[in-house]
Design a protein around this ligand. Structure first.
Ligand code: ADP
Ligand code: ZN
Length: 714
């Protein structure tokens, strides 16, 4: 089983290794267990149900909430040579019926469907009439009211248990909170099941938070570093989207807007252009992004504050799905916070207000955090970041880590805490220090205490850094993680100048943006550009986004290793057999031409099999009256090997009597005739047909049928 799993990983998807948890999830599913997998975006959840789907008899139903996502996945699977289709409201009646027919005829391995469609009176009876190997519930958090995207129709999925009591369910989500996990397991009526929770760290994302002061200029500075790269800029309002987009266009950037207030067709067109690399930058509200699988998004900018840490995490998570380095910039403005606070105060529901304040506070804490940003981010998902420094966030990369004597500011801070009775949150204490005009401060009369406005020399963020260092150094403690700070004995000593305090002050950014360059390792940039152009042309021809053909990562590996043979090409991560058959030559030619060598036909030549002496000797005996059984006895080789030799022999132009094939075939005549038809329509491409028929026919049988096909064609 393990061997088969790895074989599909390599042959179909072109990858040599599994990522964290993938193999365990696949094994659990294949052994018929209900499975819940929580993995961040880009971790590779799809393969976890696609490989079992390919290896199992019957059809895997993939429940997915988004039409665009289904289309994307089906397109990708097609490019891997796997039969897949989707059923949703976007299909015409004829397309719908065609797809139903394909399900009934067993022509597909994966069926993507929206939950409401799945349990509809039209589809359910069809599903009940065929063999279903697995229900894979994607975006499973939609089942939970605690999730960020509750969809009531997901709740009805549990009804399926009535009809499919022995079919396993596998749920996938990138939402990690325990409440959501429990909800999923309960709603899908998981009994004994396996759970896998992946790390939420996305090590290839460089994360940076900047004070927002001249946002347009800041964005322009940022974009300058990533010429020609794809990225998303999130804004809080539709108006902001429109105006920023216009500004960027004025500066010569190819940018398009996306928000819910636009006409559907224009919005979809902009999205398509972005996916297909016709437009590099999309300026959008949070309406954009769910179901966007584009793997080469190189940056995500938050022009305004995100809604909460979870949405922020999801939004930046859309960058760097291909595993290459990507950049995330959050422009953090205190004015924005005041605006948000105002909106929150207008809400009628006490519960909502409380929740919104909690979210906002977590965001502010994150933005002001002075140590590695991965610490608070992962903590939000209940995960502890074990490394001291990630080297991939602004704080870890800051060069200004010189220590200063900060005794006086520390005393100001501690004294302000004392004067407010050690009962207010840090950010409020800081507001007093910097002399903020705030009704709440007036209300408590804190604008009259001696520490009001004595800390104007530093910004809010800088004070926050001091406060965090005081906490870390045990000058302050908190009752719980989030509550007000209390001055410790050590803090008292500092207040009374019995000890000194040394620490860091973060520099307030001016126009400079600290950027780590997009280092993808060494590769030939010009060749990469050419490969991208070839990919774009091929993608346009079949109307799919370029990343569906090969990811940027795959092209970069090609531009670095410059493969020169079929074998070397197949070693590139992301080049599976099917894709090789379809695109290998095209990309190989580009590489050859680039290298200035006239090796255009090298791939073709290599494909012409040479027949070794062994094969010649062995197979020619079939023309002397010997049977395959005789050959097995003579050579002590396995049937599989002999079949392989026979195929090579025939492919090289030799022949033998067809009876040798017929007596070895095991599969039924109906499978034989469907395989022969497929071999004919795919022009004898064995791997392609094998992938289409996985689970229905053995490789030996298919090879024998190919021999038959080739001999009959002569
Ligand atoms: P998710 O659904 O978890 O967001 P995807 O399934 O879209 O992630 O996978 C993200 C990317 O990672 C895809 O391009 C996929 O082909 C790639 N990928 C998945 N598994 C592997 C692997 N084992 N090795 C290399 N790349 C992988
Ligand atoms: Zn860090």
């Amino acid at each position: 089983m393990v061997k088969q799993i790895f074989k599909v990983l390599k042959d179909v998807f072109g990858y040599s290794e599994f990522r964290e948890h993938q193999q365990e999830i696949i094994t659990a599913i294949l052994s018929g267990k209900d499975t819940l997998a929580v993995m961040p975006t880009g971790a590779g959840k799809s393969i976890c149900y696609q490989i079992p789907a390919i290896l199992s008899e019957g059809i895997t139903i993939v429940v997915s909430p988004l039409i665009s996502l289904m289309k994307d996945q089906v397109e990708q699977l097609k490019e891997y040579g796997i039969g897949a289709l989707f059923i949703n409201s976007s299909l015409t009646p004829v397309e719908y019926q065609n797809n139903i027919d394909r399900i009934i005829s067993g022509d597909v391995k994966l069926v993507y469907v929206a939950p409401e469609t799945l349990i509809s009176d039209r589809l359910l009876p069809v599903i009940k009439s065929v063999k279903i190997s697995l229900f894979a519930v994607d975006e499973a958090h939609c089942i939970s009211q605690w999730g960020h995207d509750f969809r009531p129709e997901y709740r009805k999925l549990s009804d399926l248990r009535e009809y499919f009591s022995n079919t396993p369910f596998a749920a996938f989500t990138a939402t990690a909170t325990e409440r959501v996990r429990e909800d999923i397991a309960e709603n899908l009526r998981f009994k004994k099941h396996e759970q896998f929770i992946g790390s939420f760290d996305r090590p290839n994302l460089f994360i940076q938070v900047m004070q927002k002061y001249q946002p347009l200029n800041q964005v322009l500075d940022f974009l300058e570093k990533y010429p020609g790269q794809s990225g998303i800029i999130y804004c809080a309002t539709r108006k902001q989207v429109e105006s920023l987009c216009e500004d960027l266009q004025k500066y010569g950037y190819q940018a398009k807007p996306y928000h819910a207030g636009m006409k559907d067709e224009i919005r979809m067109e902009n999205q398509q252009k972005f996916l297909r690399d016709d437009v590099k930058i999309i300026v959008a509200t949070i309406a954009f992004g769910m179901g966007i699988n584009k793997s080469n998004v190189r940056f995500v900018v938050h022009y305004d504050l995100p809604k909460n840490i979870e949405s922020y995490y999801q939004e930046i998570g859309r960058a760097g799905r291909d595993g290459l380095r990507a950049f995330c910039l959050l422009l953090f403005g205190y004015k924005d916070i005041d605006k948000i606070k105002y909106f929150i105060s207008q809400s009628n529901s006490e519960f909502e207000r409380k929740l919104a304040y909690e979210h906002l506070k977590a965001l502010v804490d994150y933005a002001e955090f002075y140590h590695c940003r991965r610490i608070p981010m992962l903590e939000y998902f209940g995960e502890e970041y074990k490394k001291k420094s990630c080297g991939m966030c602004d704080n870890c990369n800051s060069r200004e880590k010189n220590m200063f004597d900060l005794t006086v500011p520390a005393q100001k801070y501690l004294s302000c805490i004392k004067r407010t009775g050690e009962s207010f949150p840090d950010s409020y204490v800081i507001d007093i220090l910097i002399g903020k005009k705030d009704p709440k401060i007036n209300e408590f009369n804190h604008d009259h205490i001696s520490t009001y406005g004595i800390g104007k020399e530093y910004t809010h963020r800088q004070w926050s850094a001091i406060s965090q260092q005081l906490l870390k150094g045990d000058y302050l403690i908190k009752d719980d993680n989030r509550g007000p700070s209390i001055v410790t004995k050590k803090g008292w000593n500092l207040l009374q100048s019995k000890e000194l305090f040394f620490g860091y002050i973060p520099k307030e950014e001016t126009k400079k943006i600290s950027v780590v360059s997009a280092d993808f390792g060494s590769y030939d940039e010009n060749l990469f550009k050419e490969l991208k152009a070839v990919r774009k042309a091929a993608a346009d021809k079949i109307s799919v986004p370029p990343y569906v053909i090969f990811s940027d990562k795959t092209l970069i590996e090609m531009a670095s290793k410059k493969p020169s043979s079929r074998r070397e090409m197949l070693e590139i991560s992301g080049v599976g057999q099917f894709k090789y058959e379809r695109y290998g030559k095209m990309f190989q030619n580009t590489i050859n031409a680039f290298l200035g060598e006239k090796r255009d036909d090298a791939v073709e030549d290599r494909k012409k099999p040479e027949v070794s002496q062994t094969i010649m000797k062995l197979c020619s005996q079939l023309n002397e009256g010997k049977t395959v059984m005789d050959l097995m006895t003579i050579s002590k080789l396995k049937k599989t090997t002999i079949v392989k030799y026979m195929l090579k022999y025939v492919q090289a132009g030799y022949s033998f009597p067809l009876t040798n094939v017929d007596e070895l075939l095991i599969c039924s005549t109906s499978v034989q005739s469907s395989a022969l038809k497929k071999l004919d329509s795919e022009k004898g491409k064995l791997v392609i047909v094998y992938n289409q028929m996985i689970g229905k026919i053995s490789y030996d049988d298919l090879s024998l049928l190919l021999i038959k096909y080739l001999l009959e064609k002569r």
